[in-house]
Design a binder for this molecule. Sequence first.
Ligand SMILES: Nc1ncnc2c1ncn2[C@@H]1O[C@H](COP(=O)(O)OP(=O)(O)O)[C@@H](O)[C@H]1O
Ligand SMILES: Cc1ncsc1CCOP(=O)(O)O
Ligand SMILES: [Mg+2]
Length: 263
Amino acid sequence: MMINYWEDLQRIRSKRPLIHHLMNYVVMNDAANVTLAVGASPIMAHAREEVEELAAKADALYINIGTLDDRWIESFLLAGKAANKNNVPVLLDPVGAGATRLRTETVLRILNEVEVSVLKGNGGEMMTLAGVVGMIKGVDSLGEANLEIAERLAREYGVTAVITGPRDYVSDGKRGAIVSNGTPMLQYITGSGCMVGSVIASFMAINKDLLIASVEGLVTFEIAAEKAEKKSSGPASLKVNLIDELYNMKSSDYELAKIEFKE
Ligand SMILES: Nc1ncnc2c1ncn2[C@@H]1O[C@H](COP(=O)(O)OP(=O)(O)O)[C@@H](O)[C@H]1O
Ligand SMILES: Cc1ncsc1CCOP(=O)(O)O
Ligand SMILES: [Mg+2]
């Protein structure tokens, strides 16, 4: 499959799509910086009084349940429905699904009431949603999934499913892809999963093919992380260098893409 990574990144940079985030308090600032570094325009807003208005005008909506409570949950649903009404694609990150009942039930409620375009979580979260118990500790995954689970989730929930981890599994129910870029050091930065969501949402804003947009987001983020790691002495410098490498991405960097497609 031919993917125009570089052309699509240029489209993000020239269009500067608005990415409306309902992003957890832990990662809010980093997700905004990552979004800017790829060339899109972030707004972090979760007040129930404004989310419908913003989601309706955005180019993509990113719902991340990381620091949920009653008010946030109300806003997730309001924003998601407003996005649906206006044909704005929606990415959902089920942070900590399986860790508590509130998290699992909230994700299922959103999937039931909102038409989610891309469901992206780590192995433990996504295996929880596929009915496998005990694979999550807080927000951390305790195991790696596989393409079959991604395909099952895609079909069951009518989404493009993205399962992150040492290898990332992407499925839209028909086509599948495995991305093997990245570095284990990403596990030592909080929010690496949340941040890759911002990059995927930026590609979703300019590419209607959700499987390809997901792969483009994963590959872009993870190649930047590989380059950043070479310049870093630990997680703190990795995070700073990662934002720089996203900003400084070159077309030749995409030669590093490690991707396998399954039709
Ligand atoms: N062992 C690993 N090797 C390479 N990349 C990894 C590894 N673990 C996670 N990643 C990458 O880090 C990012 C976050 O994934 P993950 O850790 O699964 O999410 P989360 O932060 O939500 O738990 C993804 O881009 C993923 O591919
Ligand atoms: C630590 C933590 N606690 C609530 S949200 C959050 C960030 C989770 O980020 P990620 O899903 O990328 O690991
Ligand atoms: Mg996560």
